[in-house]
Design a protein around this ligand. Sequence first.
Ligand SMILES: [Fe+2]
Length: 426
Amino acid sequence: MPTPQRLESLNRGKFDYQEVLRDVARSMVRLKRPDRLLKLITRFIDRQFGLTHTSLLVFDTKRNRYVFVNSKGARRFPVGLIKMDVNHPLIQWFSDSRKKQSMPKDFLFLSDVKKMLSRAEFRMASDSRGDQLTGIQKAMKNLNAELIIPGYFKDTLVGVLILGKRVNGRCFTKQEVIFFQTLAHDCSMAVKTAEYNQNLVEQNRELERRLEEIEGLRRKEQRTYYEIMRSLAEEVHAKEPCIFGHVSEVEKLGLMTAREMGIDLSGRTKDILSAALILHDVGKIGIPDNILFKPGQLTMEEWNIMKSHVEKGARILEPLTDFKRVREIIMAHHERFDGTGYPRGLKGEEIPIEARIICVVDSFHAIVSTRCYRDGRSIESAVQEIRNCSGTQFDAVVVDAFLRALRKGLHKKGAVPDVLGDYAGR
Ligand SMILES: [Fe+2]
């Protein structure tokens, strides 16, 4: 970056105003933090012009007051200690001068203040500007200020460049004053640009924080809804006192089968399969009890109502936006591998693999479960029926995996029926 070196080299000799200003403008664009540029400019003025002090007062938006950010020279001020409120006469003077065209131009010599005070209009007690100028004169004397240059961004006073006397006693030229004005303007631009960037960063952080908060609430809501759905799914079977634990048994068998098939059940895959195994019959909550628990054969009309539990379940789960896949699985859990199932007559691998697993384990558990109107059948009988339907109602690959998993489970209990002997070690 040319500016620091450029300013340093200029400190050692004569300088070209235009060149310095071009350098400052370039630095302004590059510097994310303006404090470095402000320090460079203060030091440059101090060394180049040989002043008793060069100081910069910049508006602190958080504290709502102007504070000294830098001061150089033999009579410099301690940075940060001297502050000016927004209603300080000096600040008011320059804030007003932008708004009122009749106010004096954008700089103030101590000699000008004295001249204005000597005029009759400012001596009149009725004119508050007289008091203001008296306050300014006092402040300038306290600050050993010879010349004050304001810096604006649009109509806002961003800061004030306060210059002491020249050590060699020379006065400032008109060209030098214009140069200081341009520097003050550039400093203001740099401060405001950095402030704007910082605000953008903070706004982005705040936005990200709020989005995370909303996402957290959404997840919590989804979890609550899921828990309600789980209770509903259990409620379906709770009405039938003989078939206790169907939901959790089906979940267990389904997960065992999936593992046996080599499906990676880490993370979300397991969540989806578990949810589908638990919630697949939640739509039965909308089926009248006289149909749901009818001991005899269902009429065609009753059967159509019973079949509608698939769509009802998918509809109930619509608010669970995180579980779109679960709805698709539930919609397909009565499809048959040979394409003769419902509601859409999907065939083979058109049926989601999770639905094919549910179809097998749910059927098996239904066969072995005791109902109010009949006793549960033996494991042997259920296995035989599942095997008989392998390749037609059920996916043969799923059936094989299920029977292997079942055998392993029963082996641990030491009760493997002969019918599962074929599945040892397969
Ligand atoms: Fe079902």
